[in-house]
Write a protein that binds this ligand. Sequence first.
Ligand code: G6P
Length: 457
Amino acid sequence: MPVPTIVSNSEPYSMRGAQVTRNVGGLVAAFEPLLRKNGGNWVAFGSGLKKNKIVTFPSEKEKFCLHRLALKRNEYGMYYYGFSNRVLWPLCHQFSEKCSFIIEYWQGYKNVNRKFANYIARIKGQETVWIQDFHFSLVPAMIRKMKPALKLMFFWHIPWPSPSVFAILPWRRQILEGLLGSDLLAFHTQEFVDNFILSVVRILPGAVVNGNSITYKSHKTELKAIPIGIDYRNYRSMAELKQTANMAEKQRLSLGSNKIILAVDRLDYTKGILRRLWAFEYFLDTYPEWRGKVSLLQIATPSREGVSEYRRLKMEIDRTIGRFEGKFGTPSWKPIFYFYRKFSAKQLTAFYRMADVALLTPLFDGWNMVASEYVASQVDGNGTLILSEFAGASSFFKEAFICNPYDTAQVASYIAAALKLPAAKKRLRMEAMRKKIEEHDVFEWMKKNLSVLKERP
Ligand code: G6P
């Protein structure tokens, strides 16, 4: 089977003039080498372009073409900042009060989905198209209408909300019908698959559900939970480097605390950053013996700054950290180190390797790749993972301390327990988790997705 055409909102490379740098991320790590080797097509939004542009790269077999689609500023605004990030994102993360159901957003989203579908349908020589994420939910049905013989796969990387939350969406029927144009629709967990099925049952009475498949208007869609992996070997080998160990040691010395709790997120309200800060405050209030001995290192990567919710949240985090430092800080101890910027994968790996505890407490998350990256980078096995039960990854990392991020007292008690956990117990938990992500890496995830369609009669 030829390599599928990959469709995603983000490009696999950052392109500044002639300078092309590969972006960091699980999907790029999985798809890029495959396309570089076998050739094929990747369609994405081409940032900063006035006209569509095809960039080709040589490969051992055929050419690898990156199709960079141009969108007008306003068009991108309605589709990306508008419908994707002010409607679907908050809705699917069950923050319905943050949704802006603005009709122009919907129109813009539909237009951009149409543009992508028309473009993809014209690509020659493809048998399968694999669409990534919520930016393109209408594309499958649109392509199916034009090219019924094409095999269509879709991976929904964010949560699927409970059916009563999804039902709020004024365009709920169109989104479901769009997705049901796929042959395979996959999610990270069975809970999201079940929520999707229940949404279909509620909203599309004509659909016939049979186990994990849905037939709608004579077309059958297979649904599947396929938990994502990371490029485990790459993280492990980065973490094993002497240079990383030195960097980690240097970082620890410069932070000046003997224990470090690490949190890494995009700055996003779904990640529960404020609640985490409150839980850490509660921890220092209830376990005062830890004052002066432990610090929280919070890294927040700038994200979607064009959306006001994100700018507001940033200000609130800034204020909370200021208050926190005023309350607890001493001339010789900083309770929180806060960075609002991007770090390279190498730097992050050093942070992961150094941290005694990773405190990852999203309020709802499709997966939480940071959890996987932390575990992969724990080459010494000295760290402990505290993970929200509302992250898709919690169904996989059962050996972590699984917490309810809304339960401040519980999170605080888990921090205390994680800091005191005997070394042998830490290692046992970490080893079990490392074994699992080694077996289920991103390449395995890709194969599993591709094999579903192969197995179909
Ligand atoms: C989530 C989504 C991805 C998206 C990523 C970064 O993980 O599932 O599709 O690429 O966030 O978001 P951004 O809007 O910065 O591309």
